[in-house]
Design a protein around this ligand. Structure first.
Ligand code: NAG
Ligand code: NAG
Ligand code: NAG
Length: 346
């Protein structure tokens, strides 16, 4: 009898452990204060030798707790996100509409709420009412995914994490040739493109405008996605410069073929408040049940004076000059290049 009890208890605990992989996520230190947590100083151009586009991706699977971040920008950014989500629901949210993709969204949703309570136990509380309580915004969202309401799930995620996300799936998961297709997304901070144009498109179509995509990136990305192991997390960064202060940008950040790039004068730029290094921290992982790939994107806007203060002016100038022509055009270097360099060297 006792043996049976012990056996059952063991099984129960084992099952709980298996079902709650968040146990692997280490909580932040006891004295963690979100409002003093400085944004990660990601400066991808520093010491970089080759500026051709590359996938440049790093395995951070041994620190899964660094997947989604809460930093001192949380409240202000979440407030901005909510505004964009409300004002542009179609452009910011791709709501899945079939069972398979809704199931993947549910899986992602549960992963996020589980992660937040495990990583930030004082900021995100799983109450007995079945809600996830957000101590920073004083907001409640359902703790568990609700497959009957994918729109509300997208909304809740968009209002809770600073990261945008994309869920990519194949129609036939076993087909190695097939590309991943964008099936669900929240994109409150697009960097110069209209996210709704990518809905239900394969990765290659989404990256069509990226210079050298076909020659340098397509193959390695395809391979990377096919081989992405469940349980692994990979991170990559990319950067550009923008001469306005909006996160939400549908088309002005990038040069497109046939478009004339107009040079902006030094005096036309507000370097103190209207010129930023824009960095994306992209993370990739595979959802265990659906096999879908999730990409989360965290956007950093760092004011130019900060870069200068860090002593990185000359290094950023070098990076600006080192961009290959096609990438320079894509990043609109002809518009801001001279003026930004003049500011950085002053
Ligand atoms: C990524 O890192 C984890 C943990 O260090 C390791 O177990 C895994 O095999 C790595 N993935 C690949 C594809 O190398
Ligand atoms: C980063 O790369 C993606 C393509 O992978 C592009 O759409 C985005 O605009 C880039 N962001 C920045 C800040 O350069
Ligand atoms: C949003 O957060 C990023 C860092 O995550 C920061 O660079 C940016 O300035 C923030 N924006 C606001 C308005 O707080």
């Amino acid at each position: 009898m006792l043996l049976l009890f012990v056996l059952l208890l063991g099984l129960g605990l084992g099952f709980y452990w298996y079902k709650h992989p968040k146990n692997k996520i280490q909580a932040v230190p006891h004295n963690f204060q979100w409002h003093t947590e400085k944004p990660l100083p990601i400066r991808p151009f520093v010491n970089k030798r080759n500026f051709n586009p590359s996938i440049g991706i790093k395995n951070i699977s041994d620190q899964p707790e660094n997947w989604l971040l809460i930093e001192n920008t949380y409240l202000s950014n979440i407030t901005i996100r909510r505004k964009h989500l409300e004002a542009n629901p179609h452009q910011t949210m791709q709501i899945p509409d079939n069972e398979r993709t809704v199931a993947a969204l549910c899986e992602f949703y549960n992963l996020v709420t589980g992660f937040l309570t495990a990583r930030y136990p004082k900021l995100f509380l799983h109450g007995w009412t079945g809600k996830l309580h957000n101590e920073i915004t004083n907001d409640d969202i359902p703790f568990k995914a609700d497959p009957s309401n994918p729109r509300e799930m997208c909304n809740a995620l968009g209002r809770t994490i600073e990261e945008d996300f994309l869920i990519l799936m194949k129609d036939n998961p076993d087909n190695k040739e097939e590309e991943y297709i964008l099936r669900a997304a929240v994109n409150a901070f697009p960097a110069g493109f209209d996210p709704s144009k990518s809905y239900n498109k394969p990765i290659s179509a989404i990256h069509g405008p990226v210079p050298q995509y076909a020659s340098r990136l397509a193959f390695s990305m395809h391979k990377f996605f096919n081989n992405l192991k469940q349980g692994d997390i990979w991170v990559r960064h990319n950067w550009s410069i923008q001469t306005h202060n909006q996160h939400f940008n549908l088309d002005s950040n990038h040069g497109r073929p046939g478009q004339e790039v107009k040079k902006i004068g030094f005096d036309e730029i507000d370097f103190e408040q209207g010129c930023f290094l824009r960095v994306e921290r992209q993370a990739f992982l595979r959802l265990p049940n659906s096999g879908a790939i999730v990409m989360t994107v965290r956007t950093y806007l760092t004011p130019m004076p900060q870069i200068k203060k860090e002593g990185l002016g000359p290094e950023l100038c070098r990076a600006i000059d080192s961009l290959p022509e096609d990438l320079a055009y894509y990043k609109k270097r002809d518009a801001w290049g001279e003026a930004v360099k003049q500011y950085l060297m002053k």
